[in-house]
Design a protein around this ligand. Structure first.
Ligand code: DON
Length: 304
């Protein structure tokens, strides 16, 4: 496995030339576009990493998977999905258009920005600090990494510039989708996106989902049904408007982030984490997808 991962990183590193590091959030543009790393945690618990597999980057949209699990645990599936849909949009992750044009004004799914901000508003806690602390504790637990923290500069940069997200949040408040304080929900969202992880942390979270919500100690942290909801949404909506092509080419439930990360779950087999900050035009790691496609073919990981 170790040799396979090293060969794949070496081979697919050059694919990053065709991508571009995100620069719409201050701080993200500092990443080296030629970076590529992978980590894999197998069903037996054994983990492997190669290239930049242990380098830290901000989790960004991959945090949407984490908060969805916590929101379901806090409120129940029915309540969460009374506010947010389960359908792919075919639009960009930060698109506003369907929010207004669809009849219900419900965000289409929890993995686009609008849906994720609504999810963040559902996390229980007396203040945004307390809500965020609960998210941090949750991700530390499922990644088996008590040292995870967030990047203050990236958080503040997004908070300062995230007006598109702010506009969607206020629209959802107007429609009764967000019930609590809008700025609090946004603060939680911006902070959760700035949690620093490595590909190895993501691979461990992937393994947690492979194991249907059970961590190493045997504790069942989320229900099998919740894990199933998350994996289903990852395959249909996890790579945004690139989800269809990704399903054909790779076929593994995955979630990307503009920090360059991808969290993948090969059911019954392994959790996979990727870090490659050069992105394609849809905001997904360009070399990361190429690497995952090769790994999927080599190890027959497609679920289809
Ligand atoms: O809201 C945003 O724009 C970012 N914090 C997260 C976006 C993101 O990662 C989209 N992913 N591909």
């Amino acid at each position: 496995m170790q040799e396979l991962l090293s060969n794949l990183v070496e081979k697919y590193k050059e694919y990053s030339i065709n991508g571009k590091v995100a620069d719409y959030i201050p701080g993200l543009s500092l990443a080296d576009p030629s970076t590529l790393g992978i980590a894999v945690c197998c069903k037996d618990g054994e983990c492997y990493s190669s290239g930049a597999g242990k380098e830290l980057f901000t989790i960004q949209s991959i945090s949407k998977v984490i908060t969805l699990m916590l929101a379901i645990r806090d409120n129940g599936e029915d309540y969460v999905f009374s506010k947010i849909g389960m359908e792919p949009t075919g639009d960009a992750f930060n698109s506003i258009q369907k929010l207004e044009t669809c009849k219900t004004h419900k965000p289409f799914n929890p993995l686009i920005n609008a849906g994720a901000i609504a999810v963040s508003s559902l996390i229980k806690g007396e203040s945004s600090e307390r809500k965020f602390k609960r998210i941090l504790d949750f991700i530390r637990k499922i990644s088996e990494n008590p040292d995870l923290s967030y990047d203050e500069e990236i958080y503040l940069g997004e908070k300062r510039t995230g007006n598109r997200n702010r506009s969607m949040a206020y629209f959802m408040k107007n429609e009764g989708i967000i019930e609590g304080d809008v700025e609090e929900a946004l603060d939680v969202y911006f902070k959760q996106c700035s949690i620093k992880v490595s590909a190895l942390d993501l691979a461990k979270i992937g393994l947690f989902l492979v194991n249907d919500g059970i961590i190493k100690s045997g504790e069942k942290v989320v229900s099998t049904h919740t894990a199933k909801i998350v994996k289903s949404l990852m395959i249909t909506c996890g790579m945004y408007d690139g989800s269809g092509e990704f399903a054909v080419r790779v076929g593994i439930p995955s979630k990307s982030g503009v920090g360059g990360g991808i969290l993948s779950v090969a059911p019954g087999k392994m959790g996979i984490g990727i870090y490659g900050p050069a992105l394609d035009e849809k905001g997904n790691s360009i070399a990361g997808i190429a690497l995952l496609e090769a790994l999927s073919k080599e190890m027959l990981l497609s679920i289809f």
